[in-house]
Design a protein around this ligand. Sequence first.
Ligand SMILES: C[S@@+](CC[C@H](N)C(=O)[O-])C[C@H]1O[C@@H](n2cnc3c(N)ncnc32)[C@H](O)[C@@H]1O
Length: 276
Amino acid sequence: MTTRSRRPADARADRELEVGARAHYEDPDFYTATYRKRIDDVQFYVAEAIASGGAVLEYGVGNGRVALPVARHGVEVVGVDHSRAMLADLKRRLGEEPPEVRRRVRLREGDMRAVRVRRRFPLVICPFNAALHLYTRGDVERFLARVRAHLAPRGRFVFDVSMPMMKDLARSPERAYRAPRFVYPGEGVVRYEEYFDYDRTRQVLFVSMRFEPVARPERRFTLPLAHRQFFPAEMEALLHYNGLEVERAHGDFQGGPLEDDSDVMVFVTRARRGFA
Ligand SMILES: C[S@@+](CC[C@H](N)C(=O)[O-])C[C@H]1O[C@@H](n2cnc3c(N)ncnc32)[C@H](O)[C@@H]1O
């Protein structure tokens, strides 16, 4: 069988995804400010961590929005992330914690599709859409193989991703969606708009976030974000065929059912018996 050489268009598409997987995490101060009110998921993961009775492996640990509260509750965390900026911010934040919290957190810079921690955990987590940066079937297979390799017998893999929102997928790529002005750390008040461009073939939603500082409009800048869209039955099938069974699927962080109008999909899974 001959192998088709990769076309420039493929390489361009890969670069587009790589940029869309990283740009949003280059500015940890902006990330922290943007998601400071998101606390339901943190409480959920802290409860799961305490209930697991052991250490937690967190994929896509970022700057510790989840890992720090978990460690403050007495649970050891090993965090994996490929963003140097986010990990540096987490290290800085750890420096402000008491020594016993600091000692509970270990970090590994690397790709969650590849990193080997050489240890098994009763709980592996991948909070807040980190799994939406798995764009292809190959990405999903490599990642879930790593998850299984790090799960203790009867351990759980728990993660959450956004439910695909039909209104976002249907938006015109030409149209700007304006949101209220807000204070961007270091830039002051900014005008803010978003563009949505859904690639139906790859099931990837490309979002361009455009910021224009009111006092210095010439400093306007754009942050791209690429999120794979997984539909619920598709996700269940991917988990199944990669050796994980869904124990529970919720539509919120309070244990509510996964329904048509849920914004989020929370999966509590275990390694599937008999999967080689
Ligand atoms: C939305 S943030 C979640 C961070 C943190 N868990 C939280 O809940 O705030 C997603 C994180 O996944 C990381 N990430 C994305 N793709 C990754 C990959 N292939 N390997 C490792 N980290 C990745 C990003 O750098 C980012 O820090």
